[in-house]
Design a protein around this ligand. Structure first.
Ligand SMILES: CC(=O)[C@@H](O)[C@H](O)COP(=O)(O)O
Length: 268
């Protein structure tokens, strides 16, 4: 019987990638460390903030060159947008600047916590999908919102594990499991709040298609080593999921025989 494995490619809007990890480009101690960490992560997709790039000038151009040198596909994002209008305008600028229909859509309700505004998100996703974008919406674990995003045409949904930068890992595993169960044909990516490689493995074991993370790698004492650890964890989690995880049981189930006699009985 064939099983899914870490070597199965993942597909987003018709583009396939060997790696199931996406990585952010913010917060690294230096551009050189960012490049090395991206390489160590094996990520085929990097996300970049349009606000940073649209600032233009030498800093923006130099940063864009560094990202391009990684060879990864670019997923521009609308980080920091607080309204539908702002997110749609930013997406349009991103399409021109990065020459891609992809947009990681973030509509933020609260500057302090970066809590997603899920009402504005569905509205902006509807506008952008109608306008030919391929939207990767960043949302909470709420199934109802995810279903509205799918109704709007999104083929990818990116629920959080936990609030951005919190490093708490998956807080509502049951809600993510339900989302996986109810949206079997949608590419689901756990985005934000992953703090340890084991969190990424858990997301993959839940059957998610990929993970996206930034802070845990960028802020690690050794970002390159941490990127490697996340890569291995994603591969392990995906392979474990494909191998068919046994379900938990309420009570013990003996894994060693309790009948018969030890084979060495009588030899001494
Ligand atoms: C939505 C968002 O901005 C995230 O993609 C973020 O960049 C990654 O979250 P962490 O920094 O918590 O990994």
């Amino acid at each position: 019987m064939d099983h899914a494995s870490s070597r199965d490619p993942v597909t987003f809007y018709g583009r396939s990638f060997a790696s199931r990890m996406m990585i952010g480009t913010a917060l690294y101690p230096s551009p050189a460390v960012m490049q090395k960490a991206i390489a160590a992560s094996g990520a085929g997709i990097v996300t970049v903030s349009l606000r940073r790039e649209s600032a233009g000038g030498r800093t923006g151009a130099a940063f864009w060159d560094l990202v391009r040198e990684t060879g990864a596909a670019v997923l521009p994002n609308t980080a920091g947008c607080r309204s539908v209008k702002e997110a749609v305008t930013t997406a349009e600028l991103a399409r021109d600047l990065f020459d891609t229909p992809w947009i990681k859509l973030e509509v933020i309700a609260d500057d302090e916590t970066l809590q997603p505004d899920v009402v504005g998100l569905v509205e902006a996703a509807t506008v952008l999908m109608r306008d030919g974008f391929e939207v990767f919406p960043y949302t909470t674990e709420d199934l109802g919102v995810a279903m509205r995003l799918v109704d709007a045409g999104c083929r990818v949904v990116m629920p959080w594990a936990a609030p951005i930068g919190s490093a708490r890992g998956i807080i509502h595993a049951d809600a993510l499991k339900l989302m996986r169960e109810r949206l079997p044909d949608v590419a689901l990516v756990v985005d934000a709040g992953l703090g340890a490689p084991s969190h990424a493995a858990e997301a993959m074991e839940l059957g998610f298609d990929a993970v996206l993370l930034n802070t845990a790698v960028a802020k690690a004492a050794d970002p390159v080593a941490m990127a490697t650890a996340f890569r291995l964890a994603v591969e392990a989690g995906r392979t474990g999921y494909g191998a068919g995880l046994m379900g938990p049981r309420d009570f013990a189930s003996p894994s060693t025989p309790v009948v018969g006699r030890p084979f060495w009985h009588g030899l001494t």
